[in-house]
Design a protein around this ligand. Structure first.
Ligand SMILES: Cc1cc2nc3c(=O)[nH]c(=O)nc-3n(C[C@H](O)[C@H](O)[C@H](O)COP(=O)(O)O)c2cc1C
Length: 302
């Protein structure tokens, strides 16, 4: 989906974002989808490098400047041609600026936006014709899994990301926005609202949220703050938030594409995981229903 060059219609976000999820950044999502739909083919390491299956052994593959890494690649259903295949993976940097500089411990800041430092970070990594994928951008307050992450729902965030995109484009690079909904991988002290997930399934074990809550020096266990099961209206809101952020990304900020983060145990994967998603309604219980949230969010974002 490339809103800025006029080549691709909105419906291509579906194909594009799935392509990105599959090929670039979320192997766990790919694995989960694959294991639901069909059993993975059994290929041994030795077979994988045999002549005739289209793959070259590491020994035979061209090296250095003649490597395929440095050849063009069409993405986004052929609407964008990268000059090479070295892609910056999405990396959370926690470098956002607090929107509320007067935050107090009792009313902490919960929204961050990107400033010149973030622009510098992405510009430094830009190459002509190369693709960057942003860190995961929460599309709402409740979806945010960490402090310091610049999201994409308010005017200050749009202005900041617009500057990032302009700087990357000025160097000849391309940049996609990754949208990230942490679901139950957050805590209410951080977002200011109940934690959400596919079901009210708490974390198992003693894993702790990486940042102490505002005003505390003690880390808290995720399990101490079980999520609330999303209602159908709540699911609709999460999807609407993705759609809103995708529109802001393409139409306002000028991003070349959008990716919905589908792996690493965050909300879409929480819907795909049978140990978390215990629903028996339209969003769980069968492989098709288990996929509904992902299909719905991608389809709607188109
Ligand atoms: C500090 C850090 C932050 C990351 N942030 C994100 C993120 O925001 N979104 C995402 O999809 N992956 C994120 N990842 C995962 C990376 O993009 C990458 O997939 C992971 O490091 C595995 O890459 P590798 O298989 O090349 O080692 C992060 C990884 C690290 C180490």
């Amino acid at each position: 989906m490339f809103g800025n060059n006029g080549h691709a219609p909105w419906r291509e976000i579906l194909l594009h974002s799935f392509q990105s999820l599959f090929l670039i950044t979320s192997p766990s999502f790919l694995y989960t989808m694959g294991s639901i739909l069909r059993a993975p083919p059994k290929v041994t390491a030795a077979e994988a490098v045999l002549p005739g299956n289209g793959m070259l052994s590491a020994e035979d593959a061209p090296k250095g400047p003649s490597s395929k890494l440095f050849t063009p690649l069409k993405i986004g259903n052929g609407t964008l041609t990268l000059s090479h295949r070295v892609v910056l993976a999405p990396l959370t940097r926690n470098r956002g600026v607090p929107l509320n500089p007067n935050a107090t411990l009792s009313a902490p800041n919960r929204t961050w936006y990107p400033d010149a430092l973030v622009t510098e970070y992405y510009t430094q990594r830009t190459t002509p014709g190369g693709l960057l994928i942003t860190e995961g951008l929460p599309p709402s307050l409740e979806s945010n899994g960490m402090p310091g992450v610049p999201g994409l729902w308010c005017a200050e965030q749009v202005a900041g990301w617009k500057a990032v995109v302009a700087a990357v484009h000025a160097k000849g690079g391309y940049i996609y926005a990754q949208l990230w909904n942490a679901g139950r991988a957050s805590i209410p002290q951080h977002t200011g609202m109940p934690t959400i997930s596919a079901a009210a399934t708490p974390y198992e074990g003693d894993e702790v949220y990486p940042y102490p809550p505002p005003g505390s020096s003690e880390q808290v266990r995720y399990a101490s703050f079980p999520p609330t099961e999303l209602s159908h209206a709540g699911i609709g809101k999460q999807i609407a938030d993705y759609v809103n952020a995708a529109k802001l990304a393409v139409q306002e900020c000028g991003f070349d594409g959008v990716e919905l983060h589908g792996g690493n145990g965050y909300l879409p994967e929480q819907f795909l995981s049978s140990n978390i998603n215990t629903r028996t309604d339209d969003y769980g219980g069968t492989p098709e229903k288990t996929l509904s949230f992902c299909a719905g969010s991608h389809g709607s974002a188109c």
